[in-house]
Design a protein around this ligand. Structure first.
Ligand code: ADP
Ligand code: MG
Length: 275
């Protein structure tokens, strides 16, 4: 495959939407795999206690595995918790264990509790501009958030520069987005001025229904160029892949799901401004 040009520095992208089941995890792992196939160096940070991204990338995440919990709560460094995905060659992952479920509460009494992830990323030698981090730098860090706006997602919003919001093409698609955008505003004002919603991706698009087309149009009217032209189709192959510990990029590379994630990755890279 033709390699994409690398961004000038690490793009830290937060995949968030407090609604569950909209395609955050599916988007994180498949975009990560697609970007890796296109020659980019990628790190996935699993911030959901369910560990679905870890599972989809075949990364061990039983209790006691070095994980995002250690990073946030125990002060571990990123080097200490990062591992390679056995599924996607060249993809680095920080897995999430179920311990992370307790972190929302444990973090409440911790100093600078909302900037733990930001500090850990900033301290890593492979995160930063080309001058700071050199040739070995990560081009993308994709952070998979849990379906809530608690301290875990807040850590991601403070650590990130760009936000990628997956929106499922169904009836209640825009419900809850107001609250999400208010949270982004609050974070910008008080914690992280650089944060911006750079990318919106329509997921589980069913071209046969008028409803999906209507919802997609509404999202585009509302968010303009922020919305990627590529929508991810609803496809059984996409939903089957994780049960084989695979991304759809290797499970069925020729499928509409895999091709759409590749196209979305290219579009995203084309819009890249660098961190
Ligand atoms: P979230 O992380 O936002 O909770 P997931 O990525 O886990 O959402 O997706 C929710 C469910 O929808 C999963 O069962 C997943 O396999 C399925 N799914 C996601 N994207 C697609 C798609 N494009 N086509 C079919 N099923 C999908
Ligand atoms: Mg998820």
């Amino acid at each position: 495959r033709p390699r994409l040009r690398r961004p000038d520095g690490t793009r830290v992208m937060v995949v968030a939407n407090q609604k569950g089941g909209v395609g955050k995890t599916t988007t994180t792992v498949n975009l990560a795999a697609a970007l890796t196939q296109l020659g980019q160096s990628v790190l996935v940070v699993d911030l959901d206690p369910q560990g679905n991204a870890s599972t989809a990338l075949s990364v061990d995440h039983h209790r006691g595995t070095p994980s995002t919990y250690d990073l946030l709560v125990n002060g571990a460094t990123l080097e200490e918790v990062v591992t390679d995905s056995p599924e996607v060659e060249g993809l680095a992952v920080v897995p999430a264990t179920i311990d992370l479920a307790g972190a929302e509460i444990e973090l409440v009494s911790v100093v600078a509790r909302e900037s733990r992830l930001q500090k850990a990323l900033a301290a890593h030698p492979r995160v930063g501009s080309a001058e700071e981090a050199g040739e070995d730098r990560f081009d993308y860090v994709l952070i998979d958030c849990p379906p809530s706006l608690g301290l875990l997602t807040l850590n991601a919003l403070v650590a990130g520069v760009e936000m990628l919001i997956p929106i499922q093409a169904e009836y209640y698609a825009l419900e809850g987005l107001g609250q999400l955008l208010e949270t982004v505003e609050m974070v910008r004002k008080h914690l992280n001025q650089r944060l911006e919603v750079s990318t919106i991706l329509i997921t589980m698009y069913d071209a046969r229904t008028r409803l999906a087309a209507g919802v997609a149009q509404e999202v585009r009217d509302h968010f303009g160029d922020t919305v990627l032209r590529t929508a991810i189709p609803r496809s059984v192959r996409v939903s089957e892949a994780p049960s084989y510990g695979q991304t759809v990029m290797t499970y069925d590379p020729g499928s509409s799901g895999a091709l759409s994630y590749l196209e979305a990755a290219r579009e995203m890279a084309g819009k890249g401004v660098g961190a």
